[in-house]
Design a protein around this ligand. Structure first.
Ligand SMILES: Cc1ncc(COP(=O)(O)O)c(C=O)c1O
Length: 430
């Protein structure tokens, strides 16, 4: 297999325009020169018509593949009947019904446009319901781009916890005081922070699998018990894991049920739609009739529960409920993870392949990873070089994580594993 990515004149001109018109030449997510034009199934094409097997999958949503005919047809049907109403729409009710049936903690649903909004509102609901301000999150945990989420996600690892490190310029200084930070998977240290601060805490927010670090067996059950003991709300951020680890999400997969959770990505089949869901006594904060007891939380949003996105979501959930879907997803992911490990064992380069089969990643380190600070031993320059070698071999994963879909075919898997081996050898021989 040889390096093959090349750009035509149109592509080069678009790169120039991108750098003139978009800060960093990017829409904000991926900062390289691959400019995509189209996707179908497991494959995407750039404007030079290079074809790639896609493991970015829109950062996770496209579990059923790009432009799935059933999703496309559902969207087309809805578009012909109107694209947005602001008012409550029948498809939003139908989708809420499916979510309540699927997600263990879900009794009611409030839709948002993005995961960032969903986590913002989940934390706000917790503050409103519990009458406390502070939120505990985990170092390295990602909850989107709202001010409270942007604490210690990309942390240096040198802060003395529970002090929060702001991740972005432009955040009000006061926000850091409202966020406490604990080490994911270290239940003793987390328990000590919760015991010391329980009376100030509204909620603990956690990615049940933090990025690609699976929880240690005791971690989530102990977190559930500790938060319940003090009446602190437990929020699972399932924007990634919802409908990806299982149809009932990480809470089904790991067997721990939170008070509130956020879902997005896979659920909406490639459309901007997310949700806060959970106990109905908590979701009641969104109901104007809770004004009387001072807990009302307005949540206007032009595209909340958008009917086109809801149509895509209903069609997607329909596909996901088909027997065998998750078995296939896990089989594909397991094969890819094994191929990745074998490629680096053969090249004699120490790596850690982490995660669960539907979403995993590689770390260039010989250290076992269970906490965020362990991930800081990752050789990020080697990751970048590996990604470049993969891109040249037709594998698209520009940054971190491999997202797996149910439409990655045996041929895709075979080609990907061959590319892993080839790229690992290229890295070794550099
Ligand atoms: C765990 C988690 N929470 C929240 C978000 C934010 O979602 P969105 O990008 O839709 O705002 C993401 C996005 O990647 C995420 O992975």
């Amino acid at each position: 297999m040889t390096a093959r990515q090349s750009y035509n004149d149109e592509h080069r001109a678009l790169i120039e325009s991108a750098h003139r018109l978009l800060p960093g030449g990017s829409v904000g997510n991926v900062y390289d020169d691959t400019i995509l034009r189209r996707g179908a199934g497991s494959r995407v094409h750039d404007v030079s018509d290079n074809e790639y097997i896609d493991y970015l999958l829109g950062s996770g949503p496209m579990l059923c593949g790009h432009a799935h005919p059933q999703v496309t047809e559902a969207v087309r049907r809805q578009i012909e009947h109107g694209t947005t109403f602001f008012a409550t729409h029948e498809l939003a009710i139908a989708l809420a019904e499916q979510i309540v049936a699927a997600v263990p903690c879900a009794e009611q649903v409030r839709f948002t446009g993005t995961g960032t909004e969903a986590t913002l509102y989940a934390m706000r609901v917790a503050r409103a319901a519990r009458g406390r301000d502070r939120i505990l999150k985990f170092e390295g945990g990602y909850h989107g781009m709202n001010d409270y989420a942007l604490m210690s996600t990309f942390a240096s690892g040198s802060a003395e916890l529970p002090a929060a490190e702001p991740d972005s310029a432009g955040l009000p200084g006061s926000v850091a005081d409202e966020v406490l930070v604990a080490p994911f998977n270290d239940i003793d240290a987390t328990a000590a922070i919760i015991e010391r601060h329980h009376d100030e805490l509204a909620a603990v927010i956690v990615e049940p699998m933090q990025r690609v670090i699976p929880p240690l067996p005791r971690f989530l059950p102990s977190l559930r018990a500790l938060t319940a003991k003090h009446g602190i709300l437990l929020i699972f951020d399932e924007i990634v894991t919802g409908f990806r680890l299982a149809y009932d999400g990480a809470q089904g997969y790991y067997g721990v049920v939170p008070d509130l959770c956020t879902i997005g990505k896979v659920m909406a089949g490639g459309f901007p739609l997310a949700a806060v869901t959970g106990r109905s006594d908590l979701l009641a904060c969104f109901d104007p009739s809770s004004r009387a007891d001072g807990r009302y939380l307005p949540q206007y949003g032009t595209f909340n529960g958008n009917p086109v996105a809801a149509a895509a979501a209903l069609a997607t959930l329909d596909l996901l409920r088909r027997p065998g879907t998750y078995d296939r997803l896990f089989d594909i992911g397991r094969e890819l993870m094994a191929g990745l490990r074998a490629a680096f064992a053969e090249a004699d380069i120490p790596v850690q392949v982490m995660g669960e089969p539907p979403v995993f990643d590689i770390f260039f380190t010989d250290q076992t990873i269970t906490t965020y600070r362990d991930t800081l031993t990752n050789d990020v320059a080697a990751v970048r070089r590996f990604n470049r070698h993969l891109l040249d071999r037709g594998i698209f994963r520009p940054d971190s994580k491999f997202y797996v879909s149910v439409v990655h075919s045996p041929t895709d898997v075979e080609q990907t594993i061959a590319a892993f081996a080839d790229a690992a050898r290229a890295l070794r021989d550099e």
